[in-house]
Design a protein around this ligand. Structure first.
Ligand SMILES: [Zn+2]
Length: 274
């Protein structure tokens, strides 16, 4: 991808190296935990300061790991910034989201999460969470390298932010409560719409000359790679349609394409299944 000189996003919270995602405890707290540990003869401190233990640098910072992630961080910041500019122009009353970078574990407005969960959007605090290590997985396990594939992942999560702002997320949640038997089907529709929104942004990025030849295919590979059927097969299980929450690879590719070719958010009517 080719970014202009003004690219990049300041709306990033870098929580890498902060064990447990910003769960900082002061000296007083440590002292109390120390005393309690002695009383109960077990280590109560380590779980509070992350897996690193006391021997690591304050906050568990790891400059080497950050250096390896530098190109991934750049692509993430650039695409996140561009996505927000795009949606601010296309959704009235747009509120900015924040991209939270973390390692291993994070505390979000939606509870604690581990990297294994993959990147996610939390509607409660309107933030996007990603452990950049996910991109290594995307490349090694799912065969989807390239920076547009990475941007697609961010674009999908920002798509969920758009659903929060437009009220779609609240409507879906209410419908799921009314009809629990449809809950999964409704989440699939919501996921496919986020894919379509990612495509809509891709259309704009392409028109503005940000995409390089061959990068659209990259996005499609990423969409196909993270379909639920692929993920389930990769983890050694046979794909079962009723447990899908993101949609099949074919569905995801189809909706991404729909967004990409039309460039219109209105075309992402994934809930209309006629
Ligand atoms: Zn999603």
């Amino acid at each position: 991808m080719r970014w202009g000189s003004g690219a990049g996003s300041g709306d990033v919270e870098d929580r890498r190296g902060i064990g447990g995602g910003g769960m900082k405890i002061g000296c007083g707290g440590l002292l109390v935990l120390g005393v309690l540990s002695l009383l109960f003869r077990q280590d109560l401190i380590t779980p509070f300061i992350g897996g690193g233990g006391l021997s690591t640098a304050p906050g568990g910072d790891d400059p080497a790991r950050k250096a390896v992630e530098e190109p991934l961080e750049r692509t993430s910041r650039n695409s996140f910034g561009d996505l927000q500019d795009y949606w601010a122009q296309n959704v009235s009353g747009y509120r900015k989201s924040t991209l939270v970078l973390f390692w291993d574990m994070v505390r979000s407005g939606c509870g604690a999460a581990e990297s294994q969960t993959g990147p996610f959007y939390c509607p409660a605090d309107e933030k996007v969470y990603i452990d950049l290590g996910f991109y290594k997985d995307l490349k090694n396990r799912f065969g989807a390298p390239g920076d547009f594939a990475q941007a697609y992942v961010i674009a999908h999560e920002v798509g969920h932010h758009v659903q929060k702002l437009t009220g779609t997320e609240a409507k879906v949640r209410a419908a799921q409560q009314r009809a629990p038997q449809l809950a999964n089907q409704l989440s699939v529709r919501m996921e496919l719409q986020a894919d379509c929104y990612a495509g809509v942004w891709g259309h704009s990025a392409n028109q503005r000359g940000i995409l390089e030849p061959g990068e659209v295919e990259e996005g499609l590979t990423a969409a196909a790679a993270i379909g639920d059927d692929r993920i389930q097969k990769m983890s050694g299980r046979a794909a079962r349609v009723e447990s899908f929450t993101h949609g099949s690879s074919a569905q995801r590719v189809a909706w991404f394409k729909r967004g990409f070719t039309t460039g219109k958010p209105e075309a992402c009517d994934t809930f209309d299944t006629r």
